[in-house]
Design a protein around this ligand. Structure first.
Ligand code: XUL
Ligand code: CO
Length: 436
């Protein structure tokens, strides 16, 4: 049985090819800065957008043509597993990510959900073994079930806190069984609508309590290498999300002493919703030594919500991958396409075309970023710009050998302080050269 009968294994054919089902830039084994493209990029497919999303929006029903759908939810879930591994192999993507709710139907109760999960996870394990595809991360969906209407670990209802904990425990058990490298917490409904009825301090403390339990449990079951990732997002679904952006999330992790086991999973569209660029968020994470993994997508500045489009904006991707290179790589994280096809791209083949577009954009971005690094493009600019810290008073400041009194003495002697122009327009036009 094949779910993508018209699709062969996608090959690299180079940029001149007219074949839409070929890579024009992504050449997995090609070496870039001493490492294969595939090892730099560690691509992952997001199960929810690719195998579950039906294309419905608030104004219309699902439109996506999907060959795995049946009337029986368990049968559909099994078909999806088969279809997903077929797609991973055809794309040559070695990682995938899923929420518990993506892979198995909830049924009538938590107990039934766990039973369904066990059955499907068994099948996933078999397919992983057969294909060598690995689990980048899994997560517990603690936002779609109506029980989470007031939050999960941040709920005012302690019973809900317990249910959310049980779902997370199951998720970590699944991670252990499947050899997951990371485990994500995106606080889908961890936030609030109004302070009028919200004990924000208690809610945040409770989230931290859950994370302490999570660390303890992973150690207890001998899964202590698992990296936990907090995924910031400023809004949607909640008006105020607690993990607003990278800096807010780091403050939380530091306050509750969680930085040993927790890093960040950063997403491009979440960055722009927070009023930041993706590269800003990555740089913040790097400053804290906390870059974990990336959810690759792009938003639409004209819309202002989380559109989760496949990443095709080369400029932004180039700067993103530059940050990854500066980080010394992204492993054990990866580049997960947390992206969905537009509603008008409803055919099965669009799932393939969209991933090829994202992979090719990242491959091209990688090459441009590697050239920037080889040329020491940004380093040279920054070395010159911060040269005043290399000697004299600047060197004293950097080596902490001065104080307010000494600096005042120095300042009073400076009669003619000169600043230099940044020539930022020239720099931007030179940067454009890396894209052509
Ligand atoms: C939601 C989002 C999630 C997380 C995993 O905006 O990005 O899919 O990546 O829960
Ligand atoms: Co995401």
């Amino acid at each position: 049985m094949t779910y993508f009968p018209t699709i062969e294994k996608i090959k690299f054919e180079g940029k001149e090819t007219e074949n839409p089902f070929a890579f024009r830039y992504y050449n997995p084994e090609e070496m870039v800065l001493g490492k294969t493209m595939k090892d730099h990029l560690r691509f992952s497919v997001a199960y929810w957008h690719t195998f579950v999303n039906d294309g419905a929006d608030p104004f219309g029903q699902g439109v996506n043509q999907r060959t795995w759908l049946t009337d029986d939810p368990m049968k559909t879930a099994k078909n999806r597993v088969e279809a997903s591994f077929e797609l991973f192999e055809k794309l040559g993507v070695e990682y995938f990510c899923f929420h518990d709710m993506d892979v198995a139907p909830f049924g009538e109760s938590l107990e039934e959900f766990f039973k369904n999960l066990d059955e499907i996870v068994e099948l996933i394990a078999k397919k992983m073994e057969e294909t060598g595809v690995k689990l980048l991360w899994n997560t517990a969906d603690r936002h779609s079930n109506p029980v989470y209407v007031n939050g999960a670990a941040s709920s005012n209802n302690a019973d809900v806190f317990a249910i959310s904990a049980a779902q997370v425990k199951k998720g970590i058990d699944i991670s252990k069984k499947l050899g997951g490298e990371n485990f994500v917490f995106w606080g889908g409904r961890e936030g609030y609508e109004s302070l009028i009825n919200t004990d924000m301090k208690l809610e945040e403390e409770n989230i931290a309590r859950l994370y302490k339990m999570v660390i303890d449990y992973s150690n207890e079951i001998d899964h202590g290498d698992l990296v936990f990732l907090l995924e910031p997002k400023p809004k949607e679904p909640m008006k105020h999300q607690y993990d607003f952006d990278a800096a807010t999330s780091m403050a939380f992790l530091q306050k509750y002493d969680l930085t040993d086991r927790f890093k960040l999973n950063l997403e491009a569209n979440h960055a722009t919703l927070a009023g930041h660029t993706f590269e800003h968020e990555i740089q913040v994470a790097r400053n804290y030594d906390a870059l974990g993994s990336l959810d690759a997508n792009q938003g639409d500045m004209l819309l202002g919500w989380d559109t989760d489009e496949f990443p095709t904006d080369l400029y932004s991707v180039m700067l993103t991958i530059y940050e990854v290179l500066e980080n010394g790589g992204i492993a054990p994280g990866g580049i997960n396409f947390d992206a969905k096809v537009r509603r008008t791209s409803f055919e099965m083949e669009d799932l393939v075309l969209a991933h090829i577009a994202g992979m090719d954009t990242f491959a091209r971005g990688l090459k441009a970023a590697a050239k920037l690094k080889e040329d020491r493009f940004f380093e040279k600019i920054k070395e010159e710009r911060y040269a005043s810290y290399q000697e004299g008073i600047g060197a004293d400041i950097l080596s902490n050998q001065t104080n307010l009194k000494l600096l005042t003495e120095y300042a009073l002697k400076q009669k003619n302080v000169q600043n230099k122009s940044s020539h930022i327009e020239y720099i931007k036009s030179k940067l454009n050269d890396y894209l052509v």
